[in-house]
Each structure stands twice: as structure tokens, then as C-alpha cells.
Design a protein around this ligand. Structure first.
Ligand SMILES: [Zn+2]
Length: 482
């Protein structure tokens, strides 16, 4: 049929067919484009997902690392803290025996084995002013002594014998079989119990042994044979810790100082002027008896009688109280007039630490070298040493002495004042001595210092004053090394 189409129709048919082919080609091209586009999109999406996956993996890795770091840090910190804590525990454990607080207590045993009595005694009750005490009532109970007492006087009798000892509350004197024995401290009656210095037991008793263990903090009394009272005069009072402090071993009652008479009522100061532990303040410090760099008294108190110019000076408590009494009596005797300084006699200098003395000594030495540049350091120090103590050789570090006068500065002119004469003659009553007398310069090595007074307690002060000795001579006379 087609063949038989007329040319016009055929032309149109061909045109249509061509048209259709073009359209078909265009449609296919579009389809191809679309397919490529989709493929491209898919590729990009995959890429993006891959990147994200990698990023997340990296982040996870980082996080893990950070976590591990924190754990490590924690462990290290923990180890450090643990070590420090253990170290502290270790140190404090090992320090314990050295730093015993005052309120610690001792275990006191009477006897041994099953039947032994045990009491716990506070240190403060046991150690009073450097003297160790014992509850004598308890000891008497253990030793089966008979006790008769009341109104401050207690008599301890050994049954079946004539032997007895009598203690009086507040008195250092014990009557042993009728003889007076002076103890190292006063007897004290507390809630019906008689406390006496422990040394009484070893010095005046037989048949009882005392064992003190300061490390374990125990004291053990053990009866050994028949108990008796006997004064062992020949024995010494036992060692005093400081090497330069002598032991007084002669019968102490024979030359007690006379009872001083005062214008004022000084009864409240008696216990300080005449301390129960009479050897506690006898320490000797000079160029050959040096005092430790670290030594510092733990009972320093403010001095009342300093100049009214705001001066603050300190010294040991017992000496300060005795000094207060001295000033009350000095002023009451009319020596309260103002001197050349505009002040009556008053304290200018008392306790000085090692460091302060070292500082002063260095300043003086430098001044000497400045005044005379030809001097060597050694020569300058030797000159300084004639008027200022080298550090460690100054008595001022003991906290037991004062410089007092009424001049603008310490000067030998003070010796011409009436107040000086009174001090020279009366200081012993308050437990003080003139430490560097005019006629003892050869022995003390220090030029006359009418202003420097040293506390030793009345007992020794009286003996030193009466014998006209200086402290070095006195200590030597007691058998100590001067
Ligand atoms: Zn002085």
C-alpha cells in the first residue's frame, strides 16, 4: 500500500518518521544524562559517608586516648598522695617518743606478777618543776606501812619497828627517824594522798627498788627484803642533766640562809625567791661552758619592771617573780628616785637568744673593723669579746639574768649610786647574785658589771654572797667544773 502512496504523503510520512527518530534520540540522551547524574550522586554520597566514617573512627580513637590519659593521671596522683600519707604516718609514728605531750601518763607498778598493783599517773602529777614525784600513800599501802595522819602532817611507820618518817604538806623537810632530811621538792597532800619527791625512796629507804623506764613510761616499785628508813647521806643526789651544773652533796640543812626580813609583805613571792628545787637554776654559762645554739627556755614571761618607754624584756618565770619582789623591796626602801636616765633603777636587758647575741657580736666586730681597718677579723672579734659575749657564751641566753640600772646605758658609774650598794648587799634575799664583781675579773674574764644580776635561788645566792665568791668559784667548790 505504501508503495503506492503518493509522493506527498510519502514525504510527510518520512518527515514524521524522522521527527520520531529525533525525538527518540533526544529521549535516550536525556535518559542517559539522568542515569549519569544519579551515578554521580551516588558516588558523592558514598564518598561523604566514607569520610564521616573515617572521622568518627578518628574521634573514637582520640577519646580513647584522652580517657587513657586521665586514668594514668589519676593513678599517678593517687600514688603520690598515698606515698605522702604513708610517709606522714611513718614519720609521726617514729616521732612519737620524742614529742611527748605533757598530759601523757605513766604506768606505775607496785610489785610484779599476778598480785601487782597498777595505777596510771598523769605526767603533770609525776613531774613537777623538774622533780619526779611518787604517790607515797600508795607505796606505803604496797609496803604495808602504817599511816597516821591528818591536818597536813603524815607519819609513816614500819610495823613492828621504831622506824618512821614524817612528811608535812608544803614542806621539803622530812623527819626520818627523828632526823631532818631535805627533799628535792615540797611534800604535797592531794585528796588525802601524800606526794613526795621520788628520790626520797632511793635516799632514805631500804628494801625497795625503783625502776624508771621513760621510754615505756613505766615506774616499778619492788620490795626486796625488809623495808626500813635509813638516811644515806654519803650518796649524791643523782645526776643533773646539764654537764656544767654541779651536784650538791653535802648535808643541805647545815647552812640554810637566814630568814630575810622584808619591809613589804613578799610572802606570795617566797616560793620563787627560794624555789623548792634549789639546784634547778645553778647552770653555769661562760666562755668555757657554752650553751647550745638551740637552747631556749620554754617558760619565758614578760618582765614587769622595765622602763616605761614601751621596752619589752622577758626572762624565765621563776626568776621574773623573784625579781618583782626585789623591785617592790628596792622601791619600798626609798630607792625609787629617778636616775640620770630619767627612770629609777629598772631592767634594760634580759633574755637574749643565740641569734640575737650573734647579731650583736657581729655588729660590734664590724664597728671595730671600721674604726681600725688594719685589724683582721680575728683581732676585731678578740677586742669585741672583752665587752660582749661571743654567741653561746652569754648568760643572757639562759633567761636567768638581767641588766638593771638607772643610767641612759650600762656603765660602771652605776657603782657609785646608793641603789647599787643596796642591790649588792640584798640581792641574795631574792635569789640573785652580782654576777661579775669588781675583784673577780681574772676569774670571770668579764670586767666589773655593777648592773648585771643573775638568778640562782636564795639558797645558793646566800652562800655565794656570804663567801664572797663568783659563780665560777662557787661551782668549783661544789665539785663541778668551773
Ligand atoms: Zn648582762
Amino acid at each position: 500500500m505504501n508503495n503506492r502512496m503518493n509522493p506527498r504523503d510519502r514525504y510527510y510520512a518520512e518527515m514524521r518518521a524522522a521527527e520520531e527518530r529525533r525525538a527518540e534520540a533526544a529521549r535516550r540522551a536525556a535518559e542517559e544524562n539522568r542515569r549519569r547524574e544519579l551515578l554521580e550522586q551516588k558516588r558523592r554520597y558514598n564518598e561523604k559517608m566514607e569520610r564521616r566514617r573515617r572521622h568518627e573512627a578518628m574521634m573514637r580513637k582520640k577519646k580513647r586516648r584522652a580517657y587513657a590519659g586521665r586514668v594514668l593521671l589519676f593513678v599517678v596522683c593517687f600514688l603520690i598522695i598515698f606515698t605522702v600519707v604513708m610517709l606522714c604516718v611513718f614519720v609521726s609514728f617514729h616521732m612519737k617518743p620524742i614529742e611527748l605531750p605533757d598530759n601523757d601518763s605513766y604506768d606505775v607498778y607496785f610489785g610484779e606478777g599476778d598480785g601487782r598493783l597498777e595505777t596510771e599517773v598523769a605526767r603533770a602529777k609525776l613531774d613537777r618543776g623538774g622533780v619526779r614525784y611518787v604517790d607515797y600513800t600508795k607505796l606505803a599501802e604496797y609496803l604495808s606501812l602504817t599511816v597516821v595522819g591528818g591536818s597536813g602532817t603524815y607519819r609513816f611507820v614500819i610495823p613492828g619497828t621504831e622506824e618512821e618518817t614524817v612528811f608535812t604538806d608544803g614542806s621539803p623537810e622530812a623527819y626520818v627517824n627523828g632526823e631532818v632530811y631535805r627533799m628535792k621538792g615540797n611534800a604535797a597532800v592531794e585528796s588525802g594522798k601524800v606526794w613526795v619527791p621520788l628520790s626520797f625512796v632511793s635516799e632514805c629507804m631500804t628494801g625497795v627498788n625503783v625502776t624508771e623506764d621513760d621510754e615505756k613510761m613505766t615506774i616499778t616499785f619492788l620490795s626486796s627484803g625488809s623495808v626500813g628508813f635509813t638516811m644515806k647521806r654519803a650518796e649524791t643526789l643523782g645526776p643533773i642533766p646539764d654537764g656544767s651544773t654541779p651536784v650538791t652533796d653535802e648535808p643541805p640543812v647545815s647552812d640554810d640562809p637566814p630568814e630575810p626580813e622584808f619591809t613589804s609583805d613578799l610572802s606570795a613571792f617566797e616560793q620563787y625567791m627560794n624555789p623548792a628545787d634549789r639546784d634547778a637554776y645553778l647552770i653555769l654559762v661562760n666562755s668555757t661552758h657554752k650553751i647550745d645554739r638551740d637552747y631556749a627556755p620554754d617558760d619565758l614571761v614578760d618582765i614587769v619592771n622595765t622602763r616605761a618607754d614601751g621596752r619589752k624584756e622577758v626572762m624565765r618565770e621563776c626568776a621574773e617573780k623573784a625579781l618583782e619582789a626585789l623591785f617592790i623591796e628596792l622601791y619600798a626602801n626609798g630607792y625609787d628616785a629617778k636616775g640620770p636616765s630619767g627612770y629609777p633603777v629598772s631592767v634594760m636587758s634580759a633574755y637574749r637568744s643565740y641569734d640575737k647575741q650573734e647579731y650583736l657580736f657581729n655588729i660590734y666586730t664590724q664597728n671595730e673593723m671600721h674604726d681600725n681597718p688594719a685589724l683582721t677579723r680575728e683581732e676585731a672579734e678578740a677586742i669585741t669579746a672583752t665587752y660582749s659575749a661571743r654567741p653561746g657564751t652569754s648568760e643572757h641566753q639562759t633567761g636567768l639574768c638581767v641588766d638593771m640600772h638607772n643610767l641612759p646605758a650600762a656603765d660602771q658609774k652605776f657603782a657609785s649610786q646608793e641603789a647599787y650598794e643596796w642591790l649588792r648587799d640584798n640581792a641574795w634575799k631574792f635569789g640573785f647574785i652580782l654576777r661579775f664583781p669588781e675583784d673577780k675579773e681574772e676569774i670571770t674574764g668579764i670586767t666589773f658589771e655593777p648592773w648585771h644580776y643573775r638568778f640562782v635561788g636564795r639558797y645558793h645566792a646566800y652562800k655565794i654572797w656570804k663567801a664572797g665568791m663568783c659563780l665560777e668559784e662557787y661551782v668549783e667548790s661544789l665539785g663541778g667544773q668551773a
